[in-house]
Design a protein around this ligand. Structure first.
Ligand code: GLN
Length: 538
């Protein structure tokens, strides 16, 4: 039977619970254990799909097409285990399932309540879709004490009681602040946070203390005494220089060792930290820098393009160069300022996006990249805008656009049922916004002798999608005659998946999101190739 590790957080949010869970998962996996990492999100949205990246950061997409919390991206990048739909749940999903069941009379006349019905549904999630995993690590979003997370905390308390302490472990991550004015490390917030957790019936077995400075023995003893955990189970996590150092740092602090000791287990094989050491060294020691402009709408929020930022850094690791991401807000970008704004830029990337705001700025930047032969990568919406730009300025279809943005445009981008044979718009559809996209992994065929074929070195690829609109394939010949090649197509030849330019050193647009499949230990070929082109352009 699997052993369950529950990770809660206290004091403040954004302490790095996701990264801690992911690092622990790597360490256990590396020592020969089969691991799954899951996330429970207390918000009321059914999934993060309809949330603006400003609210909750990036929406991470799994192979099986779930729109999930960005922490699942951390888990995948650190463990290289593909997450599934069954690895993320929200309060909204739980209530939606329960209400559906209630309307069908499935509760046989009972009063439907938080305890036991909501907590039962949470427990079902925790143990659902498990085969022969040795460890299931479950992270609870938010901070202990929030009203929203109460049913989750109650459910893990019940769960532990049911499976027993030998099969369940509680890790609580807290903040141990350093006060500069008094030159002191303060343990009180941790004491209070653990007190809160204990008042909900949970005694943590391990307390992980996030701190700016190493925590002296006296303070560790204090935490051990007040929080009722043994001193070896007070684990510190001091701010790392790069996130790739986190598994090394947790190993040095013996987090994995204490977990195995708790379950009376021994490592099945020796941990391998070499790849992380190599990456950390490469990230910290590389002096050469390239500047890449990310031109989008959500550039002010750090986590809005999390996987993309990571994938670009992975591309840098593959090319031994530091990638400096210059985030440019597309809203106010005018063609006449572009030259100045992009002066020190060696590569341009337009990420995924939704809605009209900022699109003309993106199109101007694409025009600049195309004409000035600057390496360009367009992802999803970025690819769609590259097609619009080419249609307007090269095919001279002045009204070319996407029907997502303008119902009266000439739709070079549109919904599949929107255009007739001549590429004319028939009708727009107005459906629910949640869960109605082309989501998850789809196959694409790559054209022989194309740039994209030389990048992937493969005839077929499988990449993750998250979009509603498609490139209008009826115009393929017109585009290709002018030099924009549809070099990747869906297996039935109906949906353009990749476009590239013939007379350009490196200009690629992809309808999918390659960033979700890039890993620090195995950088994605598209990002490695893009950064290589950027490096050569410099
Ligand atoms: N808004 C576009 C669509 O729905 C692109 C989506 C995206 O970039 N992920 O097709």
């Amino acid at each position: 039977m699997a052993r369950y590790i529950f990770v809660t957080g206290g004091v403040v949010s954004s302490l790095g619970k996701g990264l801690s869970s992911a690092s622990l998962a790597y360490l256990l996996k590396s020592q020969g254990y089969k691991v799954r990492v899951r996330k429970m999100d207390p918000y009321l949205n059914v999934d993060p799909g309809t949330m603006s990246p400003f609210q909750h950061g990036e929406v991470f997409v799994t192979d099986d097409g779930a729109e999930t919390d960005l922490d699942l991206g951390h888990y995948e990048r650190f463990t290289n285990i593909s997450a599934k739909k069954s690895d993320n749940i929200t309060t909204g999903r739980i209530y939606s399932d329960i209400i559906k069941k209630e309307r069908k009379g499935k509760y046989l006349g009972k009063t439907v309540q938080v305890i036991p019905h909501v907590t039962d549904r949470i427990k079902e999630f925790i143990k659902g879709d498990i085969t022969n995993e040795d460890f299931v690590i479950c992270e609870i979003g938010g901070t202990v004490g929030d009203i929203e997370s109460l049913p989750f905390v109650e459910a893990i308390r019940q769960f532990s009681n049911e499976v027993g302490k030998s099969k369940s472990l509680f890790i609580h991550l807290t903040l141990v602040p350093f006060l500069k004015s008094s030159d002191e490390i303060k343990t009180k917030p941790t004491q209070h946070s653990v007190k809160e957790l204990r008042s909900l019936g949970i005694q943590p077995d391990i307390v992980v203390c996030r701190s700016q400075k190493s925590i002296p023995l006296d303070q560790r003893k204090k935490i051990s005494l007040f929080c009722n955990v043994s001193i070896e189970n007070v684990i510190e996590t001091v701010d790392v220089r790069t996130i790739y150092e986190a598994p090394i740092s947790f190993y040095n602090e013996k987090l994995d060792k204490q977990v195995l000791k708790y379950f009376k287990l021994k490592p099945r094989k020796k941990v391998n930290l070499q790849p992380w050491k190599k990456i950390t060294r490469s990230v910290l020691d590389t002096k050469k820098i390239v500047n890449i402009a990310i031109i989008g709408k959500y550039v002010n929020l750090k986590d809005a393009y999390k996987s993309l930022d990571e994938a670009l850094i992975h591309g840098g690791i593959a090319n031994n160069i530091k990638v400096n991401l210059v985030r440019i807000e597309s809203d106010n970008l005018k063609l006449n300022q572009i030259k100045k704004i992009l002066k020190n830029i060696s590569g341009i990337l337009i990420p995924g996006g939704f809605g009209k705001r900022g699109t003309e700025g993106k199109i101007s930047a694409i025009n600049y990249a195309r004409r000035k032969k600057i390496p360009f990568l367009g992802i999803c919406f970025g690819m769609q805008m590259a097609v619009v730009e080419f249609a307007r300025n090269s095919l001279k279809i002045k009204k070319a656009g996407s029907s997502e943005l303008d119902k009266k445009c000439y739709p070079v981008i549109g919904l599949l049922n929107e255009w007739n044979k001549n590429g004319k718009l028939i009708k727009g559809t107005n459906k629910d916004l949640g869960g109605t996209m082309r989501l998850g992994i789809y196959e694409a065929k790559l054209r022989h002798n194309s740039l994209i074929h030389s990048v992937y070195k493969s005839k077929t690829i499988f990449e993750r999608h998250r979009h509603r609109y498609e490139v209008n394939n009826n115009l393929k010949d017109k585009f290709e005659n002018k030099g924009m090649i549809f070099s990747g197509m869906s297996p039935d030849d109906k949906l353009p998946e990749i476009v590239e330019l013939k007379n350009h050193p490196w200009f690629i647009g992809v309808q999918f999101h390659p960033e979700f499949k890039s890993r620090p230990l195995t950088p994605h070929p598209l990002f490695s190739s893009f950064i290589k082109a950027v490096k050569n352009h410099k």
